[in-house]
Design a protein around this ligand. Structure first.
Ligand code: GLA
Length: 386
């Protein structure tokens, strides 16, 4: 993402020299809706990011300009209350990083980005983590990366109203070039794995739809998982959440709890299991079996967790008969956004072409495709990646 236009706008509006911070969106190989159940995820930061030009302004106000929208908004540090619109994200990050110990001062900011909105690539986490990283530098703070992640996540909970897990903010902050992160969402322990998919590419197919259900259904899924845990706890009081439940254990509860709740819980338990296996297959270079895990994830997300939609299901179905595709599934929260596809490298162009036509014919909509490039996580301009 070019910074030139952002800096030029900053200088024009605020007549000052800014520092630059940036943070990327993410993909997730497998492990969906597992993070808020204390399970595992396997995300990576991508080369699409949000970029910020920021400087102190010597006042008690924050003046923000969203370059992509050509809109300006302001608020006073003395009364930060959640409102509507994009300014809410800025407010949330200021308020939540302050809770972690950052001492806010008035500042000016111009930001823009190329993370597609509503595509399930976490443009909001990129916004939160990029700003939090920039403010930590601007205010001479000593927030750790994990503080930045947790403050950004709380900003999503308390200001955007989505009770998200930790995956997106973690990937945006901790991402490294060419690495996927295996994160244990309970302990926050993480390992970088090299994504060795030699001869293949990860391709995102964007449905270009975002169904309005997304955030309310997301919070409902979280509650349904908690309701399932309450039932399981009656027999197994030692469990804390679905992370502690094995594939065998959950089967004991079929017919013992509401069927919908059972479906949600058994999906999460199986997805954790698939992720552990998928990671081993990835490390061994067994892409055929990695692909099978990815398809299994979609099946569960669509049928048991019910967070897919006709457009996502259509795009996955289109790959089933294609020998050049090893795995495909919806990615992120669901109800729109992208599918992630493991595709043979020399077939990528033909694949995108075929999928684009099929989507237009079958769903009457335009599809967008991106080959994934894994880039570095959040940083300020001076920071050089280790
Ligand atoms: C959204 C949330 C994440 C995660 C995914 C689903 O992206 O922000 O925390 O729960 O959905 O895996």
């Amino acid at each position: 993402m070019q910074t030139t236009a952002i800096v030029a706008k900053f200088e024009e509006l605020f007549k000052n020299e800014p520092l630059i911070s940036r943070a990327p969106g993410r993909v997730n190989i497998i492990g969906e809706h597992t993070d808020y159940n204390d399970g595992f995820v396997l995300p990576a930061s991508v080369d699409k990011e949000m970029v910020f030009a920021i400087a102190l302004n010597g006042t008690n106000s924050v003046n923000a300009f969203a370059l992509d929208l050509n809109e300006q908004d302001s608020f006073n540090l003395d009364s930060i209350v959640p409102t509507e619109g994009w300014i809410n994200y800025i407010k949330g990050v200021v308020a939540e990083t302050a809770k972690k110990g950052l001492k806010p001062q008035g500042f000016d900011v111009v930001f823009a980005g190329d993370v597609p909105l509503g595509a399930g690539m976490s443009s909001s986490a990129a916004l939160e983590c990029g700003l939090a990283t920039g403010l930590n530098k601007l205010f001479n703070g000593d927030l750790s990366k994990l503080d930045i992640v947790l403050a950004s996540q709380m900003s999503e909970h308390n200001y955007a109203g989505v009770k998200c897990g930790i995956m997106d903010q973690f990937a945006s902050t901790y991402g490294q070039t060419n690495k996927v992160i295996k994160l244990d969402c309970r302990t926050k322990e993480y390992e970088y794995h090299t994504l060795d998919i030699t001869g293949h590419k990860l391709v995102l197919c964007n449905t270009n739809v975002t169904h309005s259900l997304a955030s309310s259904e997301y919070n409902t899924r979280r509650e349904q998982c908690e309701a399932g845990v309450e039932v399981i706890k009656k027999k197994y009081p030692e469990i804390i959440n679905l992370r502690d439940v094995s594939v065998e254990m959950i089967k004991e509860f079929e017919g013992e709890m509401d069927q919908v709740i059972y479906n949600r819980c058994s999906y999460v338990v199986e997805e954790n299991d698939r992720l552990v296996k998928a990671c081993e297959f990835m490390d061994k270079g067994d892409l055929v079996n990695l692909g099978k895990m990815i398809y299994g994830s979609h099946e569960g997300l669509s049928k048991k967790y019910e967070v897919s939609c006709p457009e996502l299901d259509f795009l996955v179905e289109q790959t089933l008969e294609d020998d050049n595709v090893l795995g495909a599934r919806m990615m992120g929260g669901g109800f729109g956004g992208c599918t992630i596809n493991l595709v043979k490298e020399d077939a990528v162009d033909a694949f995108i072409d075929r999928m684009t036509k099929a989507y237009k014919e079958g769903m009457g909509k335009d599809m967008l495709a991106y080959a994934v490039v894994i880039g570095p996580g959040a940083r300020t301009e001076e920071a050089v990646e280790a």
